[in-house]
Design a protein around this ligand. Structure first.
Ligand SMILES: Nc1ncnc2c1ncn2[C@@H]1O[C@H](COP(=O)(O)OP(=O)(O)OP(=O)(O)O)[C@@H](O)[C@H]1O
Ligand SMILES: [Mg+2]
Length: 355
């Protein structure tokens, strides 16, 4: 593993990779997950917010325990960094079972899935991250495994091919995705324990998370610094932790207390604006406004004109811009709102079709 980057001059891409982990290299993902580990809540009580999900899970887990069964299969979805992987770990801890971790892109062949499933021991929790990236042939092997605990595999080719059925150990599948729309209806319907959407956190919840992380990392800070970091955290715990660490570094290098002034300077240096927008968010807004007269513009066209991946815009930038009310999604494409014009200081009279 590479050394954790401590420098204050992260490139735009590095910042976005760490904040979003979308489009991140494997190396960066490892670094972030290493950073995440130290701050990852270990108990349900330490997991702040997402109260309705926690309540539902408590009932689901307790009821399954009462019946002496493994809990039913669960799917979490929502933007990156909101705590899906953390919830999967907490379920394993709460139920005292072993967790095996894999991901959609790591399962390339039917045989990969078959060997994962046949190696499960009774009660295991299997976590499949980025489940939207499983291919169809593999999905089809997963269906009977989820439904009846059976693995159907075809042995041999041509006329001599035959299907054998293996009984699997009872297990719980917990899966996560940032792109629920890419999960096929048959797969969705097999998550009999529930499909849970993680919501953006409230400002107060993010403040609590920053306060908790500062304590764990022994960072001395003031209330106004905490609230400033929270304000710029895109309502996302991973971003909050990342910004806290960058502010800590800045304070340390400049031998200054971590107060609001330090936060303002540190975050200005890494290109995070007062609302937590990154350079790429601003470029997206400016492109919609200046190049497409405020929209509507289709995602594909927007991505092409920014030389950006559609998935990055859709998974990372858009959820926060929608949350802020800076863009609207219409049947004809994305449109910038008045609030967006105001934020990037563009005169509303440029607003072509909406005038
Ligand atoms: N509810 C929470 N309370 C406190 N900290 C949290 C909470 N949720 C997430 N975190 C922190 O944010 C980090 C990122 O969370 P996590 O890795 O679970 O996100 P994710 O939804 O799986 O993201 P991705 O879609 O990128 O995989 C965690 O390591 C943890 O430190
Ligand atoms: Mg995750």
């Amino acid at each position: 593993m590479k050394e954790i980057p401590k420098d204050l001059e992260n490139s735009e891409e590095q910042i976005e990779e760490i904040i979003g982990t979308v489009g991140a290299t494997e190396e960066t993902k490892k670094e972030t997950s290493f950073l995440d580990l130290t701050l990852r809540p270990e108990k349900f009580d330490e997991y702040i917010g997402q109260n309705s999900i926690k309540e539902n899970l408590r009932i689901l887990l307790a009821a399954a325990k009462g019946r002496n069964n493994p809990p039913e299969h669960i799917l979490f979805y929502g933007p990156p960094g909101l705590g899906k992987t953390t919830l999967a770990h907490l379920i394993a801890k709460e139920t005292g079972v072993q967790m095996k971790v894999t991901s959609g892109p790591a399962i390339e062949k039917v045989g990969d899935l078959a060997s994962i499933l046949t190696n499960l021991t009774p009660g295991d929790l299997l976590f499949i991250d980025e489940i939207h990236r499983l291919n169809k042939a593999i999905e089809e092997v997963l269906y009977p495994a989820m439904e009846t605990g059976q693995l159907d595999i075809v042995i041999g080719k041509g006329p001599s091919a035959r299907t054998i059925q293996l009984e699997l150990a009872p297990f719980t599948l917990v899966a996560a995705t940032t792109r629920i729309a890419l999960i096929s209806a048959p797969l969705r319907s097999r998550f009999s324990g529930g499909i849970f959407r993680l919501e953006f956190y409230t400002n107060e919840e993010i403040e609590q998370i920053v306060r908790r992380s500062a304590k764990l990392l022994n960072i001395e800070t003031s209330d106004d610094a905490i609230s400033e970091i929270a304000k710029r955290s895109r309502y996302t715990p991973r971003t909050a932790n990342y910004l806290l660490k960058r502010c800590r570094d800045y304070a340390q290098i400049h031998k200054r207390p971590l107060d609001k002034k330090t936060v303002d300077e540190a975050l200005k240096l890494i290109g995070i604006d007062p609302l937590g927008l990154t350079h790429s968010d601003i470029v997206i807004l400016k492109t919609i406004i200046e190049k497409f007269k405020g929209g509507p513009v289709g995602l594909g066209t927007l991505a092409a004109s920014l030389s950006e991946e559609e998935a990055t815009i859709e998974e990372f930038n858009e959820p926060y811009l929608l949350q802020l009310g800076f863009i609207e999604r219409t049947a004809r494409g994305r449109m910038a709102t008045d609030a967006a014009y105001k934020h990037i200081d563009s005169p509303a009279k440029d607003r072509g079709t909406l005038l």
